[in-house]
Design a protein around this ligand. Sequence first.
Ligand code: MRU
Length: 358
Amino acid sequence: MREQLLAAEKVKAIEWRDGALHLLDQRVLPFEETWHAYHSAAAVAEAIRAMVVRGAPAIGISAAYGVVLGVRVRMAEGGDWRAALEADFQVLADSRPTAVNLFWALNRMRERLQRLKVDENPIMALEAEAIGIHQSDREANLTMAQLGVDLIRKHQGNLQNLLTHCNTGALATGGFGTALGVIRAAYLDGLVERVYADETRPWLQGSRLTAWELANEGIPVSLNADSAAAHLMKTRGITWVIVGADRITANGDVANKIGTYQLAVNAMHHGVRFMVVAPSSTIDMALESGDDIPIEERDGRELLELNGQRVAAGVEAVNPVFDVTPADLIDFIVTEKGVVERPDTAKMTQLMCRKRLH
Ligand code: MRU
């Protein structure tokens, strides 16, 4: 499967070349493929905040490269560059609150900084660390793709109708995707009849990104309104809901794009299996349960306007962009360390003690 996925790879959203971070602008897809180059930590933080780059692993990877840029700029400025770098860590940490991959990547970069030897070049050492974070995310996705396909095959062998939410693909990660990586692999394995992609209000990650990624590869995909999901589960023979995650807590609760929770409730009602696919960098064992996860609220204009045109008058909008699916609605959490069935604190603790499978 690894070779098949590598051969089929078409989309990349993050490139580190010529000492700069290059990001595919996800705000203008699918109609424009525009790349921007970033040369400072503050510029990378702004790209994350503005959602030029989005998706939990992708923002973690971008932040890691942001630290490399910060080190280069601060060293060139002279003086106490380590002290000055703290502002860069802060601006990157403040860019978005929910996906823990961002903080995980910043911690890894900070630890590497603390382990620097006197004769090491800080820029080269941190660049290697960021590239390592990027590469290992790609590897984790390849491992999870195989594990996810094995689950689908084991539980339902024939052609499947799958439903997914938000964008969890190559655009949201270091490559291939988490949930979308499993879906890609299932298609390559001949297991997919059709993928139903929730449009994912209000930012439309499903319409603009997931449908584009799948259609580009000839994977049969139908776009649906988020509110059609229960009806589709009832009438279209959907067997699996497969989603990613932004933060998974110690008890197995999962924060993901707003709308995921209601999918899980509906999946349980209709006997549809519910799979969450996320690398261990998305797991936050420091938080006991999903109640502790900070949920990002974005500008109400994302709801009050469509393409800059006002569509509601005289109201305020409430726009939480993530929700928490309780662990007891989840059948499987697939990570690169292995699969947890019916997650709880004991199983999550055991999982985190394991080594990666690759
Ligand atoms: O607001 P976004 O687009 O960053 O939200 C992304 C999601 O919710 C994804 O489902 C999640 O990050 C998993 S991506 C592999």
